[in-house]
Design a binder for this molecule. Structure first.
Ligand SMILES: *[C@@H]1O[C@H](CO)[C@@H](O)[C@H](O)[C@H]1NC(C)=O
Length: 531
């Protein structure tokens, strides 16, 4: 008996390979990352994933405006296709004096950038060489934002692909996958509404959802299709149809901040993907400034795109007056070395390691603009905020932070010394802001895997390839009117009409039976007689 058992065991051990616990290490994947948008705050979200994939031994080729070139540590598996060098990236391009936000302007701007960046990158010699090459890829990673330009590569290399979104999903990304985003409680990222909307806000949100979905297909993908066909050949399928084949989308959001909402299994929240787990030590002067401020510090930064120093003199005067009048120190990311009229409690720095500063225990308030990267860093560090949203998704992010009770939101157009000082005072003096920020911080961090590990898992999962056909929803094969149940509603309405009509006809027949025509004539004559 015993010998038999041993033999069976030996047989099992020798003949059947042990199930691998980490399948990921089995296959070295050839990965193409293709990113046409020059926004630094977008690529900052993608970079940790791309680097970690190379770090784990996969071959990663990245088309972007942000080559690693000499970055350390060196990653021999990471190859760059540099789109244009540092000259064309979007840093400090938003001038506060010409800032004039409207939904239509926002859409037109996104469309314009999308087409221009598509054209520029497809004109790039190295990109053209790649298109003509006989390279092979197991996985393509691209951005889900304002252009589907690089879906041409999906057609060209016939590889499974995933999308990355550095912000809350664009309405068209949800729409094409039929990821249910009920506009009754899921605000579109272009509006400044939280999950709880009034009636007119819901009307606006509903219309914006529908209109943006439609407009993207017509005004963005229409002309992009032409550019893609010029570069990849005339038989590229409709970009919208290629897009429906996406295997997963990794989104830089988390329900703890933006609100719980249904997601398909392949729409994965990895909010905070860009935030490193370990931080470099702070520069000595900043460290000392923060250490010496046990009464608390306001950290003031409006991100990489906005040029704070383009603020008009009146607003700047109001801001300086407010900051000078509070009993706390202020550390301000300001793009000039000098700030005329700088109050004594304020330190200005051209460049700051923002995420590390926010983690300093003396930072008690973050004066932000609501860009998702900074906002996530604030949430991750458990710091309450005063947010002055200005464009893009900032209104939506600010509203999300307000709805979680961690932020005061101010309007840029009405920003003055009084409102700013009142908001900062409130965040320092009302303890609920700090309590909510600490509670939110806990939920934000409490996840099965870190955002980077989650993203790497999904990239390798899709790259292995067995699962992709299981991920695609049947919705991808339905027409829009089927998805909106218009055919079903039409059919049911038709039945209802038939039933009503039959009922009406039957009533007439019954009526005639009970009151035959002669009787009614009699009745009439009777009443006439009465008169
Ligand atoms: C989507 O994927 C399926 C299955 O791999 C493929 O047959 C189809 O051609 C793809 N559609 C487009 C438009 O690329």
């Amino acid at each position: 008996m015993k010998l038999e058992f041993c033999l069976v065991l030996l047989h099992i051990l020798l003949l059947s390979p042990l199930p691998s616990t980490s399948e990921s290490s089995d296959k070295r994947l050839r990965i193409l990352g293709a990113f046409a948008h020059p926004g630094k705050s977008h690529f900052a979200v993608f970079k940790p994933l791309l680097e970690e994939l190379a770090n784990r031994g996969h071959d990663v080729t990245v088309i972007s405006y942000f080559p690693r070139s000499n970055s350390s540590p060196p990653l021999p598996n990471y190859k760059d296709i540099d789109l244009a060098g540092e000259d064309n990236i979007f840093v400090e391009v938003v001038d506060l004096q010409t800032l004039d936000y409207s939904l239509l302007r926002e859409f037109m701007l996104l469309r314009h950038w999308g087409l221009e960046c598509c054209q520029r990158s497809l004109d790039n010699k190295d990109v053209q060489r790649l298109i003509k090459s006989n390279a092979k890829f197991d996985l393509i990673i691209t951005e889900v934002f304002n252009s589907d330009c690089f879906l041409g590569f999906v057609h060209r290399f016939k590889a499974p692909f995933i999308g990355l979104s550095s912000h809350v999903l664009m309405p068209w990304a949800n729409g094409r996958l039929s990821n249910e985003r009920n506009p009754s409680y899921v605000p579109i990222l272009f509006l400044g509404y939280g999950p709880k909307m009034g009636f007119m806000e819901r009307v606006e949100n509903y219309l914006a959802h529908k209109i943006f979905n439609f407009a993207y297909g017509v005004f963005c993908n229409g002309p992009t299709q032409k550019l893609v066909e010029e570069a990849f050949g005339p038989n590229v399928p409709a970009l919208d149809d290629i897009a429906k084949n996406i295997s997963a989308i990794l989104v830089n959001s988390h329900y703890s901040l933006h609100g719980a909402a249904p997601n398909l299994p392949n729409i994965v929240e990895v909010g905070g993907l860009h935030i490193p787990e370990k931080h470099q030590p702070l520069p000595a002067d900043i460290q000392k400034f923060l250490d010496d401020a046990s009464e608390g510090v306001v950290f003031f930064s409006w991100g990489s795109m906005i040029k704070a120093s383009s603020m008009d003199q009146r607003t700047l005067g109001e801001v300086l007056q407010a900051l000078g009048s509070i009993p706390w120190k202020v550390l301000w990311k300001w793009e000039d070395e000098h700030l005329p009229g700088k109050p004594d409690n304020v330190m200005v720095k051209k460049w700051v390691p923002q995420a590390a500063i926010l983690r300093h225990p003396n930072v008690k308030c973050y004066l932000a603009h609501g860009g998702l990267l900074g906002l996530s860093e604030g949430v991750s560090a458990g710091v309450p905020m005063v947010v002055v949203p200005m464009y893009g998704d900032q209104f939506n992010n600010a509203a999300a932070a307000r709805s979680r009770g961690v932020a005061q939101v101010l309007e840029w157009n009405n920003l003055n010394g009084k409102t700013l000082k009142a908001a900062i005072d409130r965040v320092f003096n009302d303890p609920t802001y700090m309590e909510n920020a600490k509670a939110l911080q806990k939920v934000w961090h409490d996840r099965p895997m870190s955002p980077v590990e989650t993203s790497v898992w999904w990239a390798e999962y899709v790259g292995r390839g067995q699962s992709n056909q299981f991920l695609r929803t049947a919705a991808a094969d339905l027409a829009w009117y089927q998805l909106e149940h218009l055919d079903v509603i039409g059919f049911l309405l038709l039945i209802l009409l038939v039933v009503i009509f039959a009922f009406y006809k039957a009533l007439i027949v019954i009526f005639r039976k009970i009151f035959p025509p002669e009787k009614r004539v009699n009745g009439n004559s009777l009443s006439k007689k009465r008169n």
